[in-house]
Design a protein around this ligand. Structure first.
Ligand code: 6R9
Length: 650
């Protein structure tokens, strides 16, 4: 191994591991040589109502078509619940840990069955059928998982919208998929503070109505008992409705390629895209990755700290673990409430064996000092994981040495909303680890590095990360806009899926993700299009033009840096700066809060009017000595003003 930070597989990890290195190498070779045979075998890990006879039918060329197991029939909720009942009906399926540490609940698989059936029957009573879109705008409570699984039971397509998004953002997502029913809660609770989910929903419904989508029904789960508005006839309490229906509901027979869910995600241009995942391939892929990446064994207590509003919550809180009959922990709160020990306290309280979190949380907790970790035991831990953004080697080493006492492997898992599940990752017990590298591809995944003109690079190299062939968990289309799907992912490099990430491959064949190469920024693991923040800024009546870039931020990974040009007659001031920050929060949500706003008389543009973001990024990074060639600018003088008034002086 060529790099310094190498942590070899420890004998203890090998002892219980599902996969050793030789098995990894053999399975990987088989999986890419003969995907039909490999996935034909592993496709049987889920139960089928009608077995598939075809496995892979995919093309990354032309119109792009991706089908897996296409003639089989199955149901996701059946696989996550019903098929486990005989063996593990009384086993805990979900451990819910509330925001308040004295608030928790355990739900067995038998109970999960009853809850999900009731939820499905409530949705059915209000007219939800196969193919309908159901928007779920919920806090981290078990009812959110019930609602998702209930949709899959009926064959309805859920669209979960993160509870931190604003009414405007929620409205856009409701309208895009023409969803006429919303599931929400009175309020959420995080760090002791209520979040007005129902009030936000009411506002969003008004905005969506103006855009042309009329929401007919709102199912409201009572979480805090806080006061909310109420529209009789439209709004119903979940607990009232649940009391009127049966706790049995037959799962629909779904075709493998029937839509499962839509999840909106940010790209480099335009509005967020509705990433569409379908039924069988997704479930096979997330259950298999959940088992092997986390070295999941029957009886393990597994905790992923993500929010179900993101893909990580879909695949690795709900669908992967439940398909495997696991006990999955769902956490309502935040890492620093009531103290910076919360994560480690919860691990001890519930004897968590597998813990999966984000680098931004680790960096923040690392900053709080080791004492908060060291006063807890954490001896139940067997595997640690990270996801969402590149992890810096310092945070990796801290996670390994302080949290894991140098005894527990870390899986740094690289993947995306679009990929459905983990694509590049170590396997505990098989993969020697390097701090900061996602290491090697999962079975069936063919990463390829290409240079600017699309030439595939061999051996140790630095380039843009593509995936050369399909895997079962891949997104199938952008909801309602297949052309945008083809354009976004398959047109930059013909015949390949382009991830938008830059990446280096070292001499050992290990992959090191270097971050986005497009106009997507990653703030605390939350993905955001700079274009979305720009459009929020220019919707303010004093703003004429805006350009947004990311810059390195110690805790968040990237911070949001905005260059703003004002309308003639508008004056820059501290008050206006605050007003613009509040405006962006209102338009998108708190996750998009600008860190820096620089008022600029002009932006650096080419003669054809294109903003030169490269220059703006350099100034935001306070690295303006390396601006590169500015000779193609229409007015090179604007750069001097930008440098003089930069907001991020070191
Ligand atoms: C699962 C998820 C995807 C983007 C992706 C990349 C970054 C995710 C990473 C990572 C380095 C890792 N990313 N995991 N970068 N190492 N282990 O996060 O999905 O929200 O769609 O974000 O996140 O840049 O392209 P999503």
């Amino acid at each position: 191994m060529s790099d310094v930070h190498v942590h070899r597989v420890q004998p203890a990890w090998k002892k219980s591991a599902l996969i050793d290195n030789d098995t990894y190498l053999k399975w990987y070779a088989d999986s890419v040589k003969n995907p039909d045979k490999f996935w034909g075998k592993h496709g049987k890990r889920i139960d089928w109502f009608k077995p598939f006879t075809k496995v892979k039918n995919t093309s990354f060329n032309g119109k792009v078509s991706i089908k897996w197991f296409e003639d089989g029939q199955t149901n996701v909720s059946y696989n996550c619940i019903d098929r486990h009942l005989k063996k593990r009906g009384d086993q805990t399926a979900i451990i819910w840990e509330g925001d308040n540490p004295y608030d928790d609940r355990k739900i067995t698989y038998n109970e999960l069955y009853a809850h999900v059936c009731r939820f499905a029957n409530v949705l059915k009573k209000h007219g939800v059928k196969k193919g309908d879109r159901v928007t779920i705008y919920m806090p981290m409570i078990p009812e959110t998982a019930y609602a998702m699984l209930a949709c899959t039971r009926l064959g309805a397509i859920h669209s979960v919208v993160f509870g931190g998004f604003s009414p405007d953002a929620l409205a856009g997502r409701i309208d895009d998929c023409k969803s006429t029913i919303v599931v929400t809660a009175d309020e959420g609770l995080r760090g002791g503070k209520p979040i007005p989910l129902k009030d936000n929903t009411d506002k969003a419904i008004d905005i969506a109505a103006k855009a042309g989508t009329k929401v007919e029904k709102v199912v409201v789960v009572r979480r805090t008992g806080g006061k909310t508005g109420w529209v009789p006839g439209r709004d119903v309490w979940y607990h009232d409705e649940a009391a009127t229906v049966k706790a049995d509901c037959k799962p629909e027979k779904m075709k493998a390629e029937d839509p499962l869910f839509i999840l909106y995600t940010s790209g480099s241009t335009g509005k967020p895209k509705g990433v569409l995942h379908t039924t069988a391939g997704y479930l096979v892929y997330v259950s298999m990755t959940h088992q092997y990446v986390f070295d999941y064994h029957d009886g393990d207590i597994y905790w992923c700290t993500a929010d179900v509003g993101w893909v990580t919550g879909h695949s690795y809180i709900v669908y992967g673990p439940l398909a495997n009959g696991a006990t999955t922990l769902m956490f309502e709160g935040v890492p620093n409430y009531p103290s910076q020990s919360r994560f480690w306290d919860v691990i001890d309280k519930h004897k968590v064996n597998i813990f999966y979190t984000a680098p931004t949380a680790l960096r923040a907790l690392m900053g709080a000092g080791d004492g908060y970790v060291k006063k807890t035991s954490r001896k139940s831990l067997r595997v640690l994981g990270t996801v969402g953004e590149p992890i810096n080697p310092e945070a990796w080493e801290w996670y390994f040495n302080v949290v894991g006492n140098a005894k527990v492997p870390i899986v740094d898992t690289w993947w995306q909303t679009e990929t459905g599940g983990i694509l590049i990752t170590p396997l505990p017990g098989a993969t020697d680890l390097k701090a900061g590298s996602a290491t090697r591809p999962f079975f069936g995944v063919k990463p390829q590095l290409v240079n600017g003109d699309g030439t595939a690079l061999e051996g140790a190299a630095d380039g843009n990360l593509c995936i050369a062939d399909s895997w079962p968990g891949q997104m199938r289309t952008v909801y309602g806009d297949h052309d945008r799907f083809v354009q976004t992912y398959f047109s930059t490099y013909k015949g390949k899926y382009f991830t938008g990430d830059g990446c280096r491959r070292d001499a050992d064949g290990y992959y090191w993700i270097t971050g986005r190469v497009d106009d997507v920024i990653n703030v605390s693991g939350h993905r955001m299009g700079t274009a979305e923040v720009e459009s929020a800024l220019v919707s303010h009546d004093k703003v004429s033009e805006a350009a947004v870039v990311g810059y390195p931020h110690d805790i968040k990974g990237q911070g949001i840096y905005c260059y703003v040009t004002l309308m003639a007659g508008a004056a820059s001031s501290e008050d206006l700066r605050k007003e613009l920050v509040a405006h962006v929060r209102k338009e998108i949500g708190a996750i998009a809060t600008p860190d820096k706003i620089q008022f600029a008389p002009g932006l650096p543009k080419t003669r054809s009017g294109k903003i030169m973001r490269r220059i703006l990024r350099k100034i935001a990074e306070d690295d303006y000595g390396a601006l590169g060639d500015t000779s193609t600018l229409a007015d090179p003088a604007v750069v001097d003003d930008l440098v003089a008034n930069r907001q991020n002086k070191r």
